[in-house]
Ligand binder design. Sequence first.
Ligand code: 0RQ
Length: 496
Amino acid sequence: DISDRIPKSLADKVVSAETAAEYFADGMTIGASGFTPSGYPKAVPLAIAERMKKNPFKVNIWTGASTGPELDGALAEAGGIKQRLPYQTNTPLRNAINSGLVNYIDMHLSEVAQQSREGFLGKIDVALVEAVAITEEGIIPSTSVGNTPSFIQSADVVIVEVNTSQPMELVGMHDIYIPLDPPNRLPIPITKAGDRIGTTFMPCPLEKIKYIVPCDITDKTRALAPVDEAARKMGQFTVDLLKKEIAEGRMPKGLLPLQSGVGNVANAVIAGFVSSDFTDLEVYTEVIQDGMFDLADAGKLKFASGTAFSPSPEGLQRFYKDIDKYKKIMMLRPQEISNNPEVVRRLGVIAMNTAIEVDIYGNVNSTHVTGTKMMNGIGGSGDFARNAYLTIFYTQSEAKGGKISSIVPFCSHIDHGAHDVDVVITEQGVADLRGKCPRERALEIINNCAHPDFRPILLDYYERALAATKGAQTPHLLDEALSFHQRFLATGSMQK
Ligand code: 0RQ
């Protein structure tokens, strides 16, 4: 029952998901809550998908980041998504994107809210929002904030799912701040990860709320792979690197605020910090994953600021169980703030993200398999990579059982130019690119990070390119730069 989670004056707006779903029509743009499979609307999208199956129509879906099966999955399977932005991780949706059926716009996550407010992307018709509760002042988000405050501000109409599976203890964990837009923008007054600068609710005039839908469907968070030997090594390399930074006076003893990306590798790297002797760690990131709860439980976490909780299913239960403890040291902000270049640069964040492939000069591909097929999206990796104090990219040196080298002559798609990459870490070792020219970087990356099985053919490429270009700034053989990828497509392996 949601009656104790909404103001009495709104009781007559409570309807079923099916009734709310009737409001949606072909061509509408929905600004939905949700960031990773956390805090996204569930009951209404399922009901919209049912309508689409009977009478096909398509909508545009804008969110914080990825969402769960009830939104991306159900609508993609119903063939109901025309345009999607800015990030996704859902298999049916990914297949629709890579079959030309969905117009997918892959964006820096920090830029979405501003661009939506400014009208760069078109207009939002409906904000569809999961909430813990509604008060006279506004809407209280659940396990993520994402772009929801701005979507509510820009939309004509707001439809709220009040989710009773989300504990009321979440109230007070959010810090909602919507910057003024240029030319009136002011400095964002965050100087420490834990600084509170906004409200605990998302402002919304109550008359803008069209419907309120009760929902008790839980977040479908994603399981994490166990930390394997390769990931454990990458974690250890990171701890060793940061210890050296401290020893050489480039970083304070308590490190600088940590950011870590999504996925198995990023989570395993954080696990490496749990068994290290670092203490009083601060985290300024977008996703708060299981590893952060491990750090908190080990008494090593001073504060974690993010825009979403993205635990595994077990991690979510652990979070709910001890929420009062975690509440003291964790906070969720809009992604425009959690990923804000100004704040990331000011705090001096250590950015740790995963690549699909890295080339011998340090360019990074985070998004496209063999240069054409979208995996997930750039997400927040670019927001952090360019602006961080120290930017590290991780990848296993090989993929698909050794058929693919993740170190290639030239990336088949580039999300992060070499200018944004300080260090590359694989299970083989560490390439420190700082203060190195492209020719020095190539040897550092091939010798330290490539798998020994691929090192000879990478070195051979580099040496022939060096000779052919007579030692050019960035030696390449243009007709061979993508030969590893071409060989994989032709023979099923990048090996010669
Ligand atoms: O495929 O699942 O089919 O086996 O890519 O690879 O090694 O499990 O790594 O889960 O950490 O994901 C870059 C995708 C890595 C992710 C990426 C295949 C591999 C496997 C996954 P299978 P792993 P992870 C802030 C940060 C961009 C967004 C970002 C990502 C699958 O980290 O989306 O950084 N990053 N956001 O087999 C072909 C290669 C490959 C390859 C790996 N070279 N070629 N396939 N794979 N390397 C968070 C947010 O923004 C929300």
